[in-house]
Design a protein around this ligand. Structure first.
Ligand SMILES: [Zn+2]
Length: 103
């Protein structure tokens, strides 16, 4: 696990300032907030487009999105059964720990 140094371009981690620059870009927090509704397809076209745009530029959120989407699939397929394989659980925990360990 390496710390992401400078891959994203705009992604300065640990800085909560809302100075994105370009108006159209969502920041990670906003994208995350919309993620659930995005998956539920409850967003308007504009909102969804913004999320999509962010996902294309932000690898962090993209992998998160993939993860959530995959999770939903599993849930739908597996119903309420505990169908999550070990590897998936590990990833969940990794994600959770990552989020906690903010600089
Ligand atoms: Zn992001």
């Amino acid at each position: 696990m390496n710390e992401p140094t400078s891959t994203g371009g705009t992604g300065t981690m640990g800085d909560k300032g809302g100075r994105g620059g370009m108006g159209a870009m969502l920041n990670c927090t906003a994208a995350e907030r919309r993620l659930q509704r995005f998956l539920d397809q409850e967003l308007t076209d504009d909102e969804a487009a913004e999320v999509q745009m962010h996902l294309e530029q932000c690898e962090n959120c993209r992998s998160r999105f993939r993860f959530e989407a995959g999770l939903r699939r599993l849930v739908r397929q597996g119903g309420r059964q505990e169908a999550a394989p070990e590897s998936l659980r590990a990833r969940v925990q990794q994600l959770l720990q990552r989020r906690r360990a903010s600089p």
